[in-house]
Design a protein around this ligand. Structure first.
Ligand SMILES: [Zn+2]
Length: 323
């Protein structure tokens, strides 16, 4: 009899949906499921949704004669990866700060569980089997509902001394000002940050100011831009250029082997990518002219796959036991 194939249940817990999948130890995703995150219902409800998904996928893995060895979770918020707990979170996940995420999932699954911030999980997934596979170092910037980032050095994400490293959205941006020169308010409570001009909701706000009507969502702005509507083209371009300028500056600081761009805005097509690339190139120092800047390759499964990877990596550390 051949031994059962090892697998990890990877979980991607975001403000809108929670996804989970069976990931084998080569990075292949075998099955996945998702449910809406009950984001306003508090930590107990959010955890119960994750526990339910993990239980469903554990059952599927065992039916398929696979051997689940751990659970890995990438979660929105500032995550203390060593403790597996939530340090802080925005209002998009009510009551999420202080949640002992990994310990709770370990208790309910009977397996060791590990947690990390979802953008680091996204970057790990791309670095394992996606757009930056094999690169020495990789900077991932995700531009979507928020703006997040992650730097992989030596095969692991740089988490920082207080688990905050990677918050690219809260870099000051010279573009994040209104017509009167006032800094635009940011989701972190401060103002003038990149997220206040480049995120999807910020691009929708920009369109509202330029066109004088409510676009609904950034997706709608992108659709109007694709149809040639000038205020939509301009809103998308201003957000994209702000992101490009910030990523160019970060590349000057960090000199990563490759830059990977993910998130919903990066999926908006050339009307986003052209102003993004133009602003980025204008910022880069000469030796960085050939820096590869590529779209993410794994789509919505990247953080599920990367969350599984963090579990596999952490399990190799003998003193780490969560059970
Ligand atoms: Zn901010």
């Amino acid at each position: 009899m051949t031994p059962a194939q090892r697998c990890v249940i990877g979980v991607d817990l975001g403000g809108t949906k929670t996804a989970a999948g069976i990931v084998d130890d080569t990075g292949r995703l075998h099955a996945s499921e998702f449910r809406p995150t009950p984001a306003a219902a508090g930590a107990a409800a959010i955890l119960a949704t994750a526990v339910g998904l993990v239980a469903s996928l554990l059952a599927q893995a065992r039916t398929a004669d696979m051997l689940p060895v751990a659970v890995g979770i990438g979660s929105a918020g500032v995550i203390d990866a060593a403790a597996g707990s939530v340090v802080s979170a925005t209002d998009s996940l009510t009551g999420w700060a202080g949640t002992p995420l990994a310990a709770h999932l370990a208790q309910h699954s009977g397996l060791p569980a590990y947690a990390v911030n979802d953008v680091h999980a996204h970057n790990l997934g791309e670095h394992w089997v996606g757009a930056s596979a094999g690169a020495d170092s990789s900077l991932l910037v995700a531009v979507g509902t928020g703006v997040g980032g992650s730097l992989i050095l030596g095969g692991a994400p740089h988490l920082g001394a207080r688990a905050v490293a990677g918050h690219v959205g809260h870099l000051a941006s010279p573009a994040a000002y209104d017509d009167g020169g006032r800094p635009l308010p940011c989701s972190c409570g401060r103002a003038g940050h990149l997220e206040a001009i480049a995120s999807g909701p910020s691009i929708a706000n920009l369109y509202r100011r330029l066109a004088g009507r409510d676009p609904g969502t950034a997706r709608e702005v992108a659709a109007r831009a694709a149809a040639g509507e000038p205020p939509a083209v301009r809103a998308l371009a201003l957000g994209a250029a702000a992101a490009g300028q910030a990523v160019g500056g970060l590349a000057n600081v960090l000199d990563p082997s490759i830059v990977v761009i993910g998130g919903g805005m990066a999926a908006a097509g050339e009307l986003w990518w052209l102003p993004f690339r133009s602003a980025l190139q204008a910022e880069l120092m000469d030796p960085l002219a050939g820096l590869p800047v590529v779209p993410a390759a794994l789509g919505s499964s990247a953080a599920v796959v990367g969350a599984a990877k963090i579990a596999l990596d952490r399990m190799r550390i003998p003193e780490t036991t969560s059970a």
